[in-house]
Write a protein that binds this ligand. Sequence first.
Ligand SMILES: Nc1nc2c(ncn2[C@@H]2O[C@H](COP(=O)(O)OP(=O)(O)OP(=O)(O)O)[C@@H](O)[C@H]2O)c(=O)[nH]1
Length: 296
Amino acid sequence: MIVWNRACERLTGVPAREMLGTRDAWRCFYGKARPTLADLVIQRRTGEVPTLYDSHQRLCEDGAHLAAQSWCDMPRAPRRRYLAVDVSPIVDDDGNVTAVVETLRDMTDEKQAQIALEQLATRDGLTGLANRRCFDDTLQAEWQRALRQHQPLSLLMVDVDSFKQYNDAHGHVGGDECLQRIATAVASEMRANDLVARYGGEEFAVILPNQSLKGAAIVAERIRCRVESLNLPNLGAAKRCVTVSIGAATALPSPETEAGQLIATADAALYRAKHMGRNRISLTREADGELPAYTV
Ligand SMILES: Nc1nc2c(ncn2[C@@H]2O[C@H](COP(=O)(O)OP(=O)(O)OP(=O)(O)O)[C@@H](O)[C@H]2O)c(=O)[nH]1
């Protein structure tokens, strides 16, 4: 390290006298040893940039002028920060790198604003689950992925039974709390790649990538039991507690079919579960026609 200016001191909390003449600038930014962007350029290891930074860009064709962004721990500063780093090598007449200039910009506020906006655009305000827009985008993306990888895609439509009566008995605020409890219960049954969304009012949708109808039925039944076991009183429902009906459908996407058909099939299964008495799951495999409604 040959230059460490006042702005670097303020940003990192590390004075120049500690840094000058050393080779371990990473200590100012990270809790564990790892190369900085300048280290990667000096050591000709720029191939590692994608694994070490959230995003990166080449600033010119030679590949040595780079920009990268990521969260930094900042062990000696009051809080972690999202830094944008630019590096440019200084070369001598023979083309040898003699130094690298690294410029840091603190982008923490911008990054936090971006995260908050993304949250707002994709999350449902009441339950914190993915919202309808996020559901639509994710279903399209998963449909395309299943098509490419020749894998099944399953969908559950989950609807709260006799929720109008619940609202009538407990008021709208009580109804909202009930939806929050159900959302948490449904989300707790999910794996990392699954997506639970609030589809509309008292209806939730669950996308289960690479899941057979049998697997989807197991998840659906787990959700049904979980909600029942919350034991939230609803005198308007047959079990006298809050329950859900679930329609499950599975498709093996092909170029001739589209994601909307999977929604329609799961919706039809949900309608059947309601029709057959609620608090049950109903399954349909696309193209196989209807399977009998199934309850445990
Ligand atoms: N508290 C609250 N209630 C909602 C919300 N969204 C929808 N609802 C209510 O959910 C109820 C849904 O009623 P219905 O569509 O008649 O269905 P249901 O009473 O659940 O009957 P089934 O679905 O046939 O079992 C309505 O009373 C809506 O006002 C919400 O965000 N908060």
